[in-house]
Design a protein around this ligand. Structure first.
Ligand code: PEP
Ligand code: CO
Length: 459
């Protein structure tokens, strides 16, 4: 990559990166983090990119999900396990019902920093800087907590490492064994319609496994029956940290951001001449680009060419997030422009960020029916434009929260206060997320253009 260094982004304008009061302390922390072990390694990132290349061709589906913002307070093994379980359940619904391998990508193990719509927050007449994510400042509403503190980066690094360690153990250590699908159920949803549908699926899988066992195909032969590949991702927002986690692979000379397998550029930081695009163009990781209503087709083409000049398959995932009523207004022209230029991209749908509203009770929420509508409209749009709806990007949690209204539990605005735990945006709970997975598998089943016989299953 010509004229690129891991710090060349510093010459460009950047948005949503805080001003630290003590620059020397920040530099000391970043230098230290630069000596820490990478969280992921280059070979893994390449493997993910290969799997994503299958998604480009409609031979696999990308499922990306997790917290809006991870937090230090909610860091515990049960939360990690339950998010992991939910993503496995959703993947199974998609793989089994839609016969399509699923690339599993968590918004996890590093998803801390947040771009905020306002730099300040006002409560009872008091104005303070906004909360920017636990790796930057504190959520508590007082002056001291809101000062950016570089030492928080150490805590975020170690939380990411411990989270990833547990995920690796779950992925390869037997938890993901298809013989144990019944263990993935979350207790609090056992009586819901989604849980009943999932139970039917479990029974069918048990039959299929019994049949395979009788034919002599067991996990002794094929580790795909008891392990999964599970990848990590977050928004590459806090560039000083991403820079310090960027390493040159000794075998190839390539630069990899080793803080996660996949990173994305947010809708507020995708300026062509901005620091975030400059940073992302030089790293080998697959890159997501959030595409909101203000994105012009020409800018999208320029962004893709800048970040993926070789038009490599699996490198770019475009994550559309227009809002339930705006899909047909914005998406078709972007799809046509990408097609006209012959660019290889995955089209993923984020039905969350365009559908956030404020309830009368003051809570930020998302109506689940709006989320479903955006997904349905995105599928319909890709079908009529002859492209693949290749992925879903959602904010969810395995916890039994009441953050998004609607769904099988009929969560109302009045229920929001009962279990509202998010540190930033409202997340779908397990019932809502599973309902969405069943909806998507129906959409994929309806569409015959997806390849149902991928040769390289993304197990
Ligand atoms: C997010 O994914 O948390 C986010 C801030 O999204 P967007 O950049 O699409 O607003
Ligand atoms: Co969010």
């Amino acid at each position: 990559m010509k004229n690129w260094k891991k710090n060349s982004w510093r010459k460009y304008p950047v948005k949503h990166i805080p001003d630290y009061p003590d620059k020397n302390e920040l530099d000391t922390v970043l230098d230290k983090i630069g000596t820490f072990p990478p969280l992921v390694f280059a070979g893994e990132t390449r493997h993910l990119k290969e799997q994503l290349a299958d998604v480009v061709d409609g031979k696999a589906f990308l499922l990306q999900g997790g917290d809006c913002a991870e937090s230090f307070a909610e860091f515990n093994p049960d939360n990690i396990r339950d998010t992991f379980k939910l993503l496995l359940q959703m993947s199974l619904v998609l793989t089994y019902s839609a016969s399509l391998p699923v690339v599993k990508l968590g918004r996890i193990a590093g998803q801390f920093s947040k771009p905020r719509s306002s730099p300040v927050e006002t409560k009872n007449g008091v104005e303070l800087p906004s909360y920017l994510g636990d790796n930057i400042n504190g959520m508590e509403f007082n002056k001291k907590a809101r000062i950016p503190d570089p030492k928080r980066l150490f805590k975020a690094y170690s939380q990411s490492a411990a989270t990833l360690n547990l995920i690796r153990a779950f992925s390869k250590g037997g938890f993901a064994d298809l013989n144990k699908v019944h263990l993935w159920n979350l207790d609090y949803i056992k009586k819901s319609p989604q849980a009943k549908k999932f139970k039917d699926l479990e029974d069918k899988i048990a039959d299929a496994i019994a049949f395979m066992r009788a034919c002599g195909i067991t996990s002794d032969f094929n580790n795909r029956l008891y392990t999964v590949n599970f990848w990590t991702s977050h928004e590459a927002l806090l560039l000083p940290f991403e820079e310090s986690m960027t390493r040159t692979d000794s075998t190839t000379g390539e630069n990899h951001d080793t803080s996660a397998h996949f990173v994305w550029i947010g809708d507020r930081t995708r300026q062509l001449d901005g620091g975030h695009v400059e940073f992302c163009r030089g790293i080998e990781n697959p890159i997501g680009i959030k595409c909101g209503p203000t994105l012009k087709a020409d800018d999208l083409i320029n962004l893709c060419n800048r970040i993926n000049p070789k038009n490599e398959k699996g490198k770019i995932t475009l994550i559309s997030r227009f809002g339930a009523d705006n899909v047909s207004k914005h998406l078709p022209k972007l799809i046509r422009a990408i097609k006209k230029e012959g660019l290889n991209v995955i089209w993923s749908c984020d039905p969350c960020h365009g559908n956030t509203i404020q309830a009368v009770t003051g809570f930020k929420t998302r109506p689940f029916n709006r989320v479903l509508k955006e997904v349905k409209d995105v599928f319909a749009c890709h079908q009529s434009e002859g492209s693949y709806a290749g992925g879903l990007h959602i904010e969810l949690t395995g916890q039994n929260v009441t953050e998004c209204i609607g769904g099988a539990q009929k969560i109302s605005e009045n229920d929001l206060s009962s279990r509202y735990h998010t540190h930033c945006d409202p997340r779908l709970n397990a019932n809502q997320a599973l309902e969405l997975a069943f909806l998507i598998s129906d959409e994929i089943k309806k569409n015959s253009s997806y390849s149902k016989n991928a040769d390289r299953a993304a197990s």
